[in-house]
Design a protein around this ligand. Structure first.
Ligand code: RNT
Ligand code: ZN
Length: 422
């Protein structure tokens, strides 16, 4: 599509939105103020680079597919992230996991993690104007093989993981300091069991004790924002998850931490969108793991489905958006990984833009008047409104290809770079 056609279509769309009291320019500005943290782990199927060639996926994380061209080391992963970022409009951050450090030739176990292992990432990110987010990695490790980490019966195992999480928070704080923007540190652990335990309370008491030990070390909130992530069930933790959503909701509220809501971590009929306004009054903030579950927590590439549309609407409507952080969380090794990054990111950004274009004044008026029919009609009409024309304009202004050019962009990188990896 030519630039002139994009501009013309946008002008018509802008006028049409203005008639409904919606300012398309303001909507673009609003989405442009919201960073989306790109998850590094889509690039190599959550493998990480602790040891060369390590295939560590496991411990509740399941990636399927073996599409060729996977990043094999940090330089390749960085190149792929840059390629994906060129296809993603709007402000971006990069979300790293502890297993993505640069450990050199020495074997560095998780309880030996240092900010120095991430100085290469910090420099690389600074040169590109990217801020970093971080995650402790409490899976894909021999001491996580029994399915328990911070809630393990063995005090030695717990101590190992407490030390890892403490160090991961220090790495995150170092990132926050270097980038002058708080680094969000998210903690997810795989702890749980396939079958029903006899002592649920015991596991949870141990988890509380371990978490308190991890968070006892105070950091400057200008450098570090801590979030905890619960889950409904996982592979091997079907009957019991120690850190369930209820558990972490209570923990985050009492310890004043952020709560992570992963879109794949709830019962499929539960609405994550509904949780935003229910939780924000009680918590310092929310971290959203934007994902797509298909029947279960399958971590499919994000698509613009109803769950995402509803979630973004609630964000656009929220008066507490400054306390919400957004990160992608999916991994698909069965299709082009750079393409997967770009499609998922763009779906999230597009859904945000469409949400900021909803005819809010008219909707509020209909609702205040108790006119349910009008409210429904307005929401239905919004689905066919010309937000695609605004999206094209947004991509153009961001110097990023429009939707029509996305496939060609991904294929060019696959041919030029990925095909040479064997
Ligand atoms: C796992 C959680 C967690 C991970 C990442 C890799 O179920 O969603 O957020 O996906 O930390
Ligand atoms: Zn998640």
């Amino acid at each position: 599509m030519s630039e002139t056609r994009i501009r013309r279509a946008y002008e018509l769309a802008r006028e049409r939105y203005a008639e409904q009291g919606v300012d398309a320019e303001a909507a673009m500005r609003a989405v442009d103020a919201l960073p989306i943290s790109i998850h590094c782990w889509q690039g190599d199927d959550v493998g990480g680079f602790e040891r060369a060639g390590a295939e560590l996926s496991g411990g509740g994380i399941q990636v399927t597919g073996n599409h060729p061209g996977k990043a094999r080391d940090v330089p390749e992963l960085r190149a792929d992230i840059e390629a994906a970022a060129r296809l993603c409009p709007g402000p971006k951050r990069l979300n790293l996991h502890a297993i993505y450090g640069e450990f050199g030739s020495a074997a560095v176990d998780r309880d030996r993690l240092e900010p120095a292992h991430f100085s290469g990432w910090i420099d690389w990110a600074r040169e590109r104007g990217l801020a970093l987010d971080f995650n402790a990695t409490l899976f894909s490790h021999p001491l996580a093989a029994e399915g328990f980490t911070l809630s393990h019966r063995d005090a030695g195992v717990r101590e190992f993981w407490i030390e890892h999480a403490r160090r991961a928070r220090r790495v995150a704080a170092a990132m926050g300091r270097a980038q002058r923007s708080p680094c969000v540190h998210n903690l997810w652990i795989p702890d749980g069991s396939k079958d029903h335990p006899a002592d649920r309370a015991g596991f949870r008491a141990r988890l509380i004790e371990s978490l308190d030990a991890v968070y006892a070390e105070r950091h400057d909130p200008g450098e570090l924002e801590d979030s905890v992530e619960g889950k409904l069930f996982g592979i091997g933790s079907e009957a019991f998850v120690v850190g369930s959503n209820d558990f972490y909701l209570g923990y985050a509220a009492t310890r004043r931490l952020f709560l992570t809501l992963d879109m794949g971590h709830f019962h499929p009929t539960e609405s994550v969108a509904d949780k935003v306004s229910a939780l924000l009054p009680f918590l310092p903030g929310l971290l959203l793991h934007v994902s797509r579950g298909v029947r279960w927590d399958s971590d499919h590439v994000v698509a613009q489905d109803e769950a995402l549309t509803d979630l973004c609407r609630e964000l656009a409507r929220s008066s507490a958006l400054s306390r919400v952080r957004m990160g992608l969380d999916y991994f698909d090794g069965s299709i082009d990984r750079v393409g997967a990054w770009a499609v998922g990111y763009r779906a999230a950004r597009k859904a945000l833009l469409a949400a900021f274009l909803e005819p809010r004044p008219a909707l509020l008026e209909a609702e205040a008047a108790g006119d349910g029919f009008q409210r429904l009609a307005l929401l239905e009409n919004a689905k066919a409104a010309p937000w695609g024309a605004v999206w094209d304009e947004y991509c153009l202004r961001s110097s990023v290809p429009p939707d029509e050019a996305l496939v060609a962009g991904v294929e060019a990188y696959a041919r030029g770079v990925l095909a040479k990896r064997s």
